[in-house]
Design a binder for this molecule. Structure first.
Ligand code: SDX
Length: 427
């Protein structure tokens, strides 16, 4: 491990310190690069850029490893709960039993939204995409919770963090209810975090709603798998928005907007729509050929990843969960067989092998969510619900990081050099 990186620019040599983390690649500290060389570095998409130091999540893309505060995602998915993972990400350690029950109690006391917030939904068309509603309503939270928008007050940061984690299920369920023309249900805090969400989503005032324990467990596990994922696009969006001092509600709305893209969180909806378009396994070769065709913008949704060049460990757990949900609900979906066959054929195809394209977290999630009863338009809303825990934890870490300042990248300018204005009569 070197302690400095040597860079030569215009014949002059410069040394830049190399910093090491606890695990993973070292980083070259180039904060003084422009001041010393007069040049910028160039890294569109930030494929080789570390934007911050973080203790939250570690990913080894080559090995397919994902750790939250050091704990492997497979162990958390099997043995933990979403609320416990939320506590872990926010506080750094697994909670003792009393700490966990206190945290769950605190979160449950923030599950209701301001009664006036319900009127926001009335402004949307009934066929509005739930992500459009989520984006608008979460941003509007800053108009209701002024007492937790001072980002320099740790008490207000904590209250805002708890409010966001607690209210996302309520708002997500309201977005769904609004789209199907059913009345909103208030939270029932005698239920678990995930059970409460399932009841607010699928329950109706006309009769009691029984939470199916197997579905509750599968849904809670799906939330764990989506909780946090290092400096992905939406998390980086939250951090960049937060770096200007924007309030936490506005920052999360920015993260929701970014997550919506089909290359990111919108891929779960796109992947199921793709499986429906493929239909039966005999049509898979046609779609694999299209995914390989440079002239065709089609990509296999739910495949590939910026970091994982191995199997996404979350996809492994997700695939196993499909069977559990099918058995619990006594359902089957031929699209799962299509998905399994598509994975088998893609992973034996030289194009996918050479480009190291494996199924990611979004490939199987849609099959499960559809079996539980969610429409595809709700899939990314569920991703956002779960990722709010990661966004909030990353936002808190950014606010308290002494190295952080407002994010302001530069550019390689390729436009016209200075020229004089020409009056319209002389053009
Ligand atoms: C998520 O960052 C995160 O951590 C995200 C996430 C999280 O938890 O926050 O993990 C969640 O967003 C998962 C990814 C969901 N997206 C999809 O499933 C959409 C389909 N996948 C791709 O669009 C793509 O793989 C990305 C966007 C996920 C990653 O793209 P990169 O890293 O920018 O890679 P690339 O586009 O440069 O692709 C490398 C090559 C290209 O071919 P060449 O130009 O080198 O010839 O692989 C090809 C791509 O064309 N390729 C694919 C492909 N994905 C990449 N070809 C066919 N099908 C695909 N799915």
């Amino acid at each position: 491990m070197t302690d400095a990186a040597k860079v030569s620019v215009d014949g002059k040599d410069f040394d830049y310190p190399v910093m090491s983390g606890t695990v993973g690649p070292d980083v070259v500290d180039i904060r003084k690069f422009y001041a010393q060389t007069g040049d910028f570095t160039y890294d569109p998409g930030f494929t080789s850029t570390a934007s911050c130091q973080s203790k939250l999540t570690y990913i080894d893309g080559d090995e397919g490893v994902l750790l939250h505060r050091g704990y492997p995602i497979g162990e958390l998915a099997e043995q933990s709960s979403f609320m416990e993972v939320a506590y872990l990400l926010l506080n750094g350690e697994l909670p003792a039993a009393d700490e966990l029950s206190q945290f769950e109690h605190t979160i449950s006391r923030h599950t209701m939204v301001h009664e006036q917030l319900a009127t926001f939904f009335r402004g949307f068309r009934r066929d509005a995409h739930p992500m459009a509603i989520l984006c608008g309503v979460v941003g509007a939270l800053s108009a209701f919770y002024h007492d937790s928008t001072d980002i320099h007050d740790p008490v207000q940061r904590t209250i805002a963090s708890h409010r966001l984690i607690a209210k996302m299920p309520t708002i997500a369920a309201m977005a769904y209810k609004y789209s199907v023309g059913q009345p909103f249900l208030y939270p029932d805090n005698s239920l678990s975090y995930t059970g409460n969400f399932l009841r607010m989503t699928f329950g109706v005032p006309a009769e009691p709603y029984e939470v199916n324990p197997a579905v509750e467990k599968a849904m809670d596990r799906i939330f764990i798998l989506h909780a946090d994922h290092e400096q992905n696009a939406s998390t980086s969006t939250v951090r960049l928005a937060g770096s200007s001092g924007a309030n936490p509600f506005a920052c999360m709305a920015a993260g929701i907007a970014c997550l919506w893209g089909p290359a990111h969180g919108g891929a779960n909806e796109a992947a199921l729509n793709m499986l429906r378009e493929i239909g039966t396994p005999d049509r898979i070769p046609e779609f694999i050929a299209r995914a390989k065709d440079k002239n065709d913008p089609f990509r296999l949704m739910g495949f590939g990843h910026r970091v994982y060049k191995n199997y996404d460990p979350r996809a492994t757990v997700m695939q196993k969960t499909v069977r559990e949900v099918f058995d619990a609900l006594k359902v089957n979906d031929p699209l799962f067989d299509t998905a399994l066959r598509l994975e088998e054929l893609a992973l034996s195809d030289d194009y996918f092998i050479e480009k190291k394209l494996f199924p990611n977290v979004d490939f199987y999630s849609g099959v499960i969510l559809s079996a539980i009863g969610f429409p595809t338009s709700m899939f990314t809303v569920l991703f956002a619900l779960a990722r709010t825990v990661g966004w909030v934890a990353q936002w808190n870490e950014m606010i308290t990081d002494p190295d952080q300042k407002i994010g302001r990248p530069r550019q390689l300018y390729t436009g016209p050099t200075q020229r004089s204005y020409v009056p319209v009569g002389q053009r």
